[in-house]
Structures are given as C-alpha cells and as structure tokens.
Design a protein around this ligand. Sequence first.
Ligand code: ATP
Length: 432
Amino acid sequence: MSSFKQLGLPNWLADSLNAMRITTPTEIQRHCIPEILLNGKNCIGGAKTGSGKTIAFATPMLSQWSKDPSGLFGLVLTPTRELAQQIAEQFVALGANMNIRVSLIVGGENYIKQNIELSSKPHFIIATPGRLAHHIINDDPLTTNLINSLQRLKFLVLDEADFLLTETFASDLQTIIKVLPQKNKRQTLLFTATITDQVKSLSSGDTEKFFTYEINNSKDNDGSIIPSTLSLYYIMIPEHVKEAYLYHIITSTQYLESTIIIFCNRTHIVEMLRRTLYKLDIRVTSLHSQMPQQERTNSLHRFRANVARVLIATDVASRGLDIPQVGMVINYDIPMDPDTFIHRSGRTARAGKNGDSLSFVTPKDVNRIIAIEDRIGMKMTEFNQIYDTAVIKKSLNKVTRAKRESIMMMEKEGFGERRSNQRSKNNKSLRS
Ligand SMILES: Nc1ncnc2c1ncn2[C@@H]1O[C@H](COP(=O)(O)OP(=O)(O)OP(=O)(O)O)[C@@H](O)[C@H]1O
C-alpha cells in the first residue's frame, strides 16, 4: 500500500488529505496520480462510481500548480451545476492552506457576478460548458482577459467525460476548446465510471502521451463495473401500484431510517411524487431542471444536511453527486440508457460503504432491464421482502388520494403548461 507522498504529492497536499481523513490512495488514485504528475501524461481514467476519481485528477493538478501558483492553471468541465459546485468545494478545501482561488462558472447564477469573479484571476475554473462558452463568446470587455487566461492554462479536465462528449455539449465544448492551448501544450484528463469508445478515441494516434487506466479491466479488480458493496434488486409490479409500493418500502422498518434518492425519467413525475410523499408526511425534497437554481441549491443542501430524508430527482442528480449517507437508490422509472443506471445506482455504496439499488420493473420495462443486465454483466436479485397485501391495499387508498390531490394542484398551478413552455429552455439549461 502506498501513501499519497509516495505517489509524489507534496507534504502540504498530503496534509490537506489527511485532515479530510483520506490517507490511503484508492486504486485509481494509485495508478493515475504518478502518471499525470511525474510523467506529465494525459489521462483517461475509468473507475467505478464512488472510487475517488475527483482526487485522482485534482491532486496532481494542485501539486503542479503549487510550484508556481499564479494565473489560471486548470479548467474542470462537468455536466451539471451541482456537480461543478461539489468539485469547486473540494478544490477549495484541498487548497485552503495555499490561498487557492477557485471560480465556479455555472448556469442559473448571476452572470455579472461571475464576470467580476473571473476578473479576479482565479487559479482554477470549475464550469458547466454552456455558461463558460457564453462568457467566451459574449462581446464583453472582460472576455479578452478570460480568453487570454484560458489560452495559457496547463490542465483541462473533462469529468463525466463520456457524457460531455455527447452531442448535447458538442458546440459549447468546441467554443471552449478553440481558445485553449493546443493539445501538446496542455495536459488533458478524462474521467468517468463509464468509458465509451468515444472517450477512448481521444487518445488514438497519441497513445504514447496518454495513460489509460480502466479499472474494470485491471487484474487487481473483480471485473465488475458495479461497486462490490452495492446490492442490486428489482421488483416486478404493475404501473398503477408503483406509488403505493414506494410509500410502503420507504416507510418499512428496513428503510425507515435510510437516506434515499428516487430517480424518475420526467420532471412531471418528480413533482407529482414530491407532492404526494409530502402529503404523506415524508421529509422529502426534489431536484430537476425546471426548478430555479436557488431552489435547486437549497433542495440539495437540505438533503445533504439530512433535513430531508428522501430526494426525488431526474438525471440531473444521476452523475457525480457524493452524499455519503445515501443508503438506497430507487429507480422509480427505469432509465433508457444502461450507463445512466450505473451512475444513478452509484449514488449509494460509495467509498466502500454498503448500499442498495432497487428498480421498479413494470411489464413494459423488461427490455430495458435485459439491456442493463447485459451492460453490467450480472443479474439483479429479486427484492424478496414479503409484503402483506392487506397493508399495501390499505396504503393504496391513502396514497392514491394524496396522488390525486397532488395532480389536481399541479393542474391548477399550470405545472403542465409551464412544462411545455419551458421545454426548449430546459434543453438549453441542461447545457448550461
Ligand atoms: N483515498 C481515499 N480514501 C478514502 N476516501 C476517499 C479516498 N478518495 C476519495 N475518497 C472519498 O470517496 C468519495 C467518493 O469520491 P468521488 O466523489 O471522487 O468518487 P467518483 O469516483 O468521482 O464517483 P462518481 O463516478 O460517482 O463521480 C468521496 O467522499 C471522497 O472524499
């Protein structure tokens, strides 16, 4: 077992990690840190959810930066605002002793304030692509300074690289990359739990300058893409009793004390479930792209602080979020893309902790489950809790009433109308 110092990190950084009780490098950290730091390589790092990829890319960068801490040194791009915020907080915590300046540039926040912050010469920018591209293309006196700084940076990180390289972010990414130093004048670090061919293709023709580490393929691993502490369950139920089962499971003795994330495929369902569970006295909150940013931030804060025990979310919460107390993930809807299932389920069972993922499977979802099981190379276990059907029936009435009232309120408030008006805005906000 090596220590962070043995990997080449300076004392101040090892001390910062120590203060966070991070003393022994994880496998991805052990392999990637020296290659990035000592051999100056670009890196493609693939490792399971919750395995410490953030520190694997942050620490070699911080280490190099501390040798000459002036000017903009690194840019980290990531798909969602909340994940950018989390990464920025980690940089601030790690670099606190070195007076690090970190700018968070994400959509939904005050643009002018960001401009002022960017002009105060940050050492690192943590951004979502849409908003950073907006700053770059905006015809603003401060834009020239920003572009000048970006032209000199030393590191570019794409966290959740597979998703960032999809069509959704293509034009924003192009705007940003155009102003960065050329490939051979910067180090590029790409990390994700789900490496795709597109990610791998970035190293083709340049393999000598790239270090690629994919834990799923490594010999010191169990060969699975799923953390060994994560238990995957499914339950077959008809569509019309999903809410009753949900209520029953999250209030069962087994999960009554658990912190739970429930994933849905659409904002409308998230909103309906939030209202329904709230009426049933569950400490619940939600996260989706139709909420104003301040509400998104507050909601996540309440969940992190355990003021809310249940978070209902769309896939804005599926990647990267690190909330150690989450003990269970429920796929209320089954995602279309198997990789999304991997990221969603990975919100629990992080850093060696145990966690459960439970998928609600209706007859129409069977093909999606088959695709997921093919991707992860394993079968899910049937959730074998014995439920008293009389009790479920009893809660069915109560839950159905709460659901009906919630839907009526949503219609009265025009939630559906707002939804269709905002659909185009929404697509845009996913990118910002
Ligand atoms: N060496 C370590 N020892 C103990 N805990 C660690 C270590 N490295 C990271 N951690 C902790 O593990 C948790 C998960 O780390 P991180 O968020 O970086 O995971 P990840 O691999 O990026 O996951 P995801 O794929 O979901 O984004 C964090 O709480 C982090 O502080």
